[in-house]
Design a protein around this ligand. Sequence first.
Ligand SMILES: Cc1ncc(COP(=O)(O)O)c(C=O)c1O
Length: 407
Amino acid sequence: MPSPNSKTPKQSRSLIHQPHRDAWLEVDLGALEHNAKIMNASIEAFSAQQGRVAPLELMAVVKADAYGHGAMMVAPILKACGFGLLGVASIDEAVQLRQAGIEMPILVLSASPLWAMPLASEYNVQLTVFNQSHLTALSEQKKPVAVQVKVDTGMHRIGVPWQEASAFLRALDAIPMTKVSGIFSHFAMGDNPLACQQQWRRFSDVLAQHPPRLGQQVHIANSLGALNGHQAWQHCTMARLGIALYGYEAHVGVLPQTLQPVMGLKARFSHIQQVAAGEGISYNHTYKTEKPQWLGTIPLGYADGLPRGLSNQLEASYQGIRIPQVGMITMDQTIFDLSPIVDRLGRPPSLGDVITLLETGKQACGVEAGRVLLTLSAWAKTLNTIEYELMCALRVRLPRIYTRSGV
Ligand SMILES: Cc1ncc(COP(=O)(O)O)c(C=O)c1O
């Protein structure tokens, strides 16, 4: 028994959420491993086709708490799958990982404020640099800072313009407290081989003018770019993978197997009722019952990241039976039409029964005629957005339960 004074292990909020809610995310670490292995093998194959013999390094992009999947839980799995580096968006994300005991090399991919330099040095985190103020601040550092240089080859978000990059790299080389661990850029259209090619040409000009030193990482490709910008593998040493690890942006025909969604979403019925015909449901009565109808409410709403824009356009599954969502999705609660369950089973479900809004693993991949998959891709299509935005939004308030399907 621990003594009353013994220290409770420090647990970050995002490490384990206690499931004190009847709505939760299910993160399938088996699907994560499946995706990591497929991407790893495919990229190795592409790079071998380009004549590359040295093994490629892989960065797992775990910013935004691993796109909502929990960076501290996914990092060790990805490390075991051969990923050697983590990519985050800010110094605080990097420090959180260090404080949780993650020892892998970390690169902050976005621009960091100058005050982050001593912190980066203290926590052994690499920063991205690209402008004059970075050069000035680096030359004032008392302790070594590891950096990677971001070259803007066409994304025009951050980075030193490719025409000025070699002068920037020379200036950086003259700063004693700075260790340049890598040079990188970012594809703006990873799914467009021609656009990748143009950016790659600009990047390779920089590399020709200022050849990377032994051990310096060279990278430009994200998940899609890694599959479409093959020519980059002649010179790149690393790919930075995010969305593919989490099971989306699958390219049938390019990959040997389908990627599997890692993030699932489930909830229990908190209320079941029968409502008379002709009644309006939820705010503004956007749905009206056509007959006496069984309805089920779940404690999940747009404050959890369930997009309000999906109101009256969402489906869930109850023991394999699809049920349509009806009425406006509200901040914390959402209503489903239970008629298909009553029709099939002759009774409504019970209070506390579970429904699935997003499936994971193999279940989320099967194609069945006339059936919309319960995936973020289906939501994204309805909402005219991308899976990235939806998965990040789901991380805010929901507990996460980690499972591991067979791979
Ligand atoms: C600089 C950088 N590299 C890599 C990635 C990973 O991209 P993806 O999730 O498309 O693989 C991102 C994600 O936005 C990024 O900003």
